[in-house]
Design a protein around this ligand. Structure first.
Ligand SMILES: [Zn+2]
Length: 688
């Protein structure tokens, strides 16, 4: 608005600046009794709120400046309008990115600094503010040309919401929250329990089709995951350059998917980061236009050290209406690890059919004892399944020493495994190891994954509802206890607490005796007892299922004994586990020492006489050759001396001849001079 001069005692005249080209769904007029706070740091920003809420606006007033600063620096494109308002409306529900005046529900913009949950509320406000401000570029500056590709607005914005959150608050761990929590929600939708069979791009022809677009939040969650996968594939720098091209080329206009792919392709060509295996459009089209999420299955041959990678669509229920032959172009990253093994992350391209990899050539190790972990940091949008032996190795690593594996990868293993167990794809023996791992987990991100996903076990083949209800509360208290003494990112802690408290509240109502505030030794003991009982239940379940299958079949007798001790007393089991590992390590160290000292001794014994014999022969040969050389040189010397004498003699003779002829010439010239002198004197005398 330009100004509001009073033209009449009863009326005001408002004059507005010319509106830039924009989509009509972004226009807004807000009328009401609001107070305004203007940012001192950046006067472009104004917050509007109901009277009396000024103190609650200070956090957001600071945040909106940081957020706009982030996007202006990120795109190197300034915000297009001279000012940006943020209005907090009571009972608005969510937020809307109107161009120049963003509307928010009061709860996602204002926060009372004295609220005991202020930290969690601030985290939520950050996500809303960053998302709506991000839209001022992706959504408002460029807009999808039709609702079917609305993910271009929402998915890209959602990805950059988390990315900017990590930059604005470097202490936070939004990247992990996106990779784990958001992706788990996207996978849950794409597993398609309702049989909707929807892709990111949804045909929209009649108003009812909007339900399919917005009823499920796929466009946000899956859109963000697919965008993140693209950014990781191209490197984030190239992704940013591609976004700049996209916005610069199409600013003020409408876009279709191919505009984004073309901008990314051009940026990747300029940066030299094209991944190969076809154009960006060719690689990305199936991810946005095919329904579903792929599951990559890796089966290792432990004799040949080969691994076979294959893919198919992941479904929570078999649905014959769905096309299960669809394939995605997947860049599968993988690495090997374990005691004494740590390889770099390798990547292979999986499209149609299977890919077989020699792990020695592909990952640089021939250690068949190593575990294999794929989709590092969960950068790709796919689930990973392994053969049972590899799963047990991964879980064994997590139980004995989780710190070897990055927290985000631990959360990924937990997420993929829990999802696969819930639909009976992974071996339930492996799932039974999860609680034993969680006992030693002290990082919030895997616990967030656990709190989010373990409830899907409730009423599954793994646990009856009653078993689950008695199992979860103590596990959650264990989580709170494990997380309590950690100095970890405040936002992640707050988030995990939110999730845990919610789940606690959900399950507490069924077992009121275990109140959250009474976490203590007896609670931990209680949780251990229930965990132990549950493990016992799992063992009986498997014994009934197949008497010939030894529980956790591929582990050794020692492991089985330890496992039985764990069933009776979990603490003792863990202690035995540590003792066993310590013993194994000591044994291995002595073995290596013994082997290498033997080898050294043998080498030395063989080396000494051989060196002496070889050395003497060598020296004798050298003396001989030097003698020969000396003779040759003496001969050469004589020859050269003869040549010298000859040359001197020749030179003397030549000099004598030359001296004679020189003398004759002098005499001749002297005679001539005398003659001329005589003639001259005769002439002079005649003239007189
Ligand atoms: Zn949005």
């Amino acid at each position: 608005m330009l100004n509001s001069p009073e033209v009449h005692p009863l009326y005001m005249l408002d004059k507005y600046e010319r509106t830039p080209i924009m989509s009509n769904y972004l226009a807004i007029v807000a009328v009401g009794e609001y107070e305004t706070a203007q940012s001192e740091r950046d006067p472009r920003h104004e917050l509007h709120f109901r009277p009396g809420k000024r103190a609650q606006a200070s956090f957001a007033l600071d945040l909106v400046v940081n957020s706009v600063n982030f996007f202006e620096a990120y795109y190197e494109i300034p915000f297009a309008l001279p000012k940006l308002g943020h209005i907090a409306i009571e009972n608005f529900g969510g937020a809307m990115e109107n161009y120049g005046l963003i509307t928010y529900d009061e709860n996602v913009l204002l926060v009372d600094p004295n609220d005991p949950n202020a930290a969690e509320l601030k985290a939520e406000i950050l996500l809303y503010v960053a998302h709506e401000i991000g839209h001022q570029w992706t959504g408002n500056l460029v807009t999808t040309n039709w609702w079917d590709t609305i993910w271009l607005n929402e998915g890209i914005t959602e990805y950059l919401t988390y990315y900017s959150g990590q930059t604005i608050d470097p202490e936070s761990d939004w990247e992990s929250v996106l990779a784990i929590m958001v992706m788990n929600r996207a996978i849950a939708m794409d597993a398609d329990p309702q049989g909707k069979n929807l892709a990111l791009v949804v045909p929209v022809e009649v108003p009812a089709d909007f339900d399919d677009v917005f009823q499920f939040t796929r466009i946000y969650e899956k859109g963000a995951c697919v965008t993140r996968m693209l950014a990781n594939l191209l490197t984030h720098t190239t992704f940013r350059n591609g976004m700049r091209r996209y916005l610069e080329t199409h600013g003020g206009g409408n876009v279709i998917e191919s505009y984004l792919w073309d901008a990314m392709e051009a940026a990747a060509v300029a940066d030299g980061t094209l991944p190969g295996f076809g154009s960006i459009a060719g690689i990305m089209h199936p991810w946005t236009n095919q329904p579903g999420v792929p599951i990559v299955t890796i089966t290792r041959d432990y004799q040949t050290n080969y691994a076979v990678f294959s893919q198919k669509r992941f479904m929570s229920v078999v649905n014959n209406d769905h096309d299960l032959d669809e394939k995605w172009p997947i860049f599968v990253s993988f690495q090997l690890g374990g005691r004494g093994v740590e390889t770099q992350v390798s990547t292979l391209f999986l499209d149609q059919g299977e890919v077989q990899v020699d792990l020695f050539l592909g990952a640089g190790t021939n250690n068949s004892e190593a575990w294999l972990l794929a989709n590092s940091k969960r950068e790709g949008y796919y689930i990973v399944n392994y053969d049972t032996v590899n799963w047990i190795r991964l879980l064994g690593q997590l139980i004995s020493d989780p710190s070897v594996i990055d927290p985000i990868n631990r959360a990924q293993i937990l997420s993929d495994l829990t999802i696969l167990c819930a639909v009976d794809i992974a071996d339930s023996q492996v799932c039974a190891m999860v609680p034993a791992y969680l006992v030693s987990e002290s990082h919030p991100i895997p616990w967030i994954a656990a709190a989010q996903l373990l409830p899907i076990w409730r009423g599954s083949k793994l646990m009856t509802m009653d078993q689950f209800d008695s199992f979860l509360p103590p596990m959650l208290e264990l989580a709170l206890d494990n997380l309590k003494n950690q100095t970890i990112t405040p936002l992640a802690t707050d988030l995990s607490n939110v999730v845990l408290q919610q789940l606690n509240a959900m399950t507490m109502s069924k077992s009121p005796s275990s109140g959250k505030n009474k976490v203590g030794n007896d609670k931990i003991k209680q949780s251990m007892n229930i965990l132990t009982a549950w493990l016992g239940h799992m063992r009986r379940y498997h014994q009934q299922k197949n008497k010939n299958v030894q529980f956790l079949g591929s582990l050794t007798l020692q492991d089985e004994l330890i496992r039985q001790a764990t069933v009776n007393c979990a603490e003792r089991g863990l202690l035995l586990l540590r003792v066993r590992d310590e013993l194994k390590m000591t044994l291995a160290a002595y073995q290596t020492l013994f082997e290498s000292s033997c080898a050294f001794g043998i080498r030395k014994t063989l080396q000494v006489p051989q060196v002496a014999r070889e050395g003497r022969e060598e020296l004798e040969r050298r003396v001989e050759s030097l003698e020969e050389e000396k003779l040759k040189l003496l001969e050469e010397c004589d020859r050269l001396r003869g040549q010298l004498e000859n040359a001197q003699r020749l030179h003397e003779e030549q000099r004598a001849v030359e001296a004679d002829s020189h003398k004759e010439k002098i005499e001749f010239y002297q005679h001539k001079v005398q003659q001329i002198k005589n003639q001259l004197e005769a002439i002079l005398a005649a003239k007189k």
